[in-house]
Write a protein that binds this ligand. Structure first.
Ligand code: XIL
Length: 404
């Protein structure tokens, strides 16, 4: 049976009224009655900024306040690092949870058996604590960004011991300071068919080969031992649809049957305006909730199609805005519609959806650099997608194109 945890949501409900007052004030409205969510459902076109994404007169409300009654709003980044003061201010304004983008991954924090690099993770946790921002740890057991020493010359028992030492040291160090962890990342294979969908279809990772399917069970057990209060996630991409979704249900049922301490599923949410499986996302959240698990959207970005989309491949180009083609207005509009439809689905599921985390901060601080995937542009200005997710709360049924 999954452990339920509603402390944060309870606090959110209690402060919802105050938060909506804040929103109304930020939007320039002067409510004459105590605000409810309905008070926000007024026409917004008058204030809607131009679709070019240029700065507008309309003051951007803080996303974390706007959505306080629904779920946490997160971002990913190795803060404070080399982020500018303006970028850090943007984080503080809009986000109430931070996921370290890279610095807590095994290859970075634990590059060899006797080497730990805690400087950046420590600095991140300190900065977040000082600024009243929660931290979601990412990620303990993964096939990528994990050095070979974990597996080299080790029999099964040795590899398990190394895993345990890794998890207990890292989770133990931040016990009480990190609220939740991605314990196992991306364990399910891509693709698949009706037949594999009846199985867990696990990726043939070094972990699977050294330990067998039990590696997942053990990782959750070790994390729970190290911090019994931490909320523990299985995190993956593409698990919202098709055979991979079916496999995720098989895997999660096994873990729950074995009474593994798992509390939530992370749907990463790396999508593109070329096609988002809206209906499947809606259904998948419901399916996970039916298992008794919480859900989060953990790595949201929506890349833009078109000539500006692919020229730097999957995103490791130079991070200078001057080098890339600006997004076309029609692409920004399509992206805004996509974000609006996604957030409309997320809000419907707010009783199980704990958090929506964007993977990055702005269109400069993103692993999909060049594809304009986030809601702030490279100069930290809100894009049409930002206003679309603001307006979703003002209009219960946004005027959106048909679902693809
Ligand atoms: C990405 C980072 O954003 C990049 O900076 C890094 O080079 C590669 O990893 N799924 C995950 C994340 O769980 O950890 C990945 O982050 C993106 C895909």
């Amino acid at each position: 049976m999954a452990i339920q945890y509603d402390r944060r949501k309870f606090v959110q409900q209690a402060s919802a009224g105050a938060a909506l007052w804040g929103v109304a004030a930020a939007l320039g409205a002067e409510p004459s009655v105590a605000p409810t969510q309905k008070d926000l459902s007024q026409p917004s076109d008058a204030n809607r900024p131009k679709e070019s994404g240029q700065p507008s007169e309309r003051r951007p409300p803080a996303l974390k306040e706007l959505y306080r009654n629904h779920f946490l709003i997160g971002m990913a980044g190795d803060l404070p690092g080399n982020y500018s003061q303006q970028e850090l201010a943007l984080v503080k304004e809009h986000f109430n949870m931070v996921t370290p983008e890279n610095c807590m991954k095994p290859a970075l924090v634990h590059p060899s058996q006797n080497t730990w690099r805690f400087e950046r993770p420590d600095a991140l946790v300190k900065w977040c604590l000082e600024n009243n921002i929660d931290v979601h740890g990412h990620t303990l057991v993964w096939h990528a960004q994990t050095n070979d020493w974990f597996f080299r010359d080790g029999d099964k028992a040795t590899v398990i011991r190394r895993m345990e030492e890794h998890i207990s040291t890292l989770v133990g160090r931040y016990k009480g300071k990190i609220q939740s962890w991605d314990v196992v990342n991306e364990a399910i294979s891509d693709g698949g068919d009706a037949q594999t969908g009846r199985t867990e279809n696990l990726r043939r990772s070094s972990w699977l080969q050294a330990v067998g399917p039990e590696f997942i069970t053990l990782a959750f057990k070790f994390a729970h031992q190290a911090d019994p209060q931490a909320k523990l996630y299985y995190n993956d991409y593409g698990i919202e649809a098709g055979p991979k979704h079916a496999s995720s249900l098989v895997l999660l049922r096994r873990l729950l049957d074995q009474r593994v301490p798992i509390h939530a599923v992370g749907i990463q949410g790396h999508w593109s305006t070329r096609g988002i499986p809206y209906a499947a996302i809606d259904k998948a959240i419901g399916n996970y909730a039916a298992l008794g698990l919480k859900v989060a959207i953990t790595e949201l970005d929506v890349t833009i199609r078109g000539t500006s989309g692919g020229q730097f491949g999957p995103g490791f180009g130079p991070r200078r805005a001057a080098n890339i083609a600006p997004a076309a207005p029609e692409d920004l509009k399509a992206q805004a519609d996509a974000y609006a439809r996604l957030f409309a689905i997320f809000v419907e599921h707010n009783s199980v959806l704990e958090r929506v985390t964007f993977w990055g901060l702005n269109d400069r601080r993103t692993w999909r650099f060049g594809q304009h995937p986030l809601v702030f542009d490279a100069n930290n200005q809100p894009k049409p997608a930002f206003w679309a997710i603001v307006d979703v709360l003002r209009s219960p049924q946004p005027d959106l194109p048909p679902r693809s």
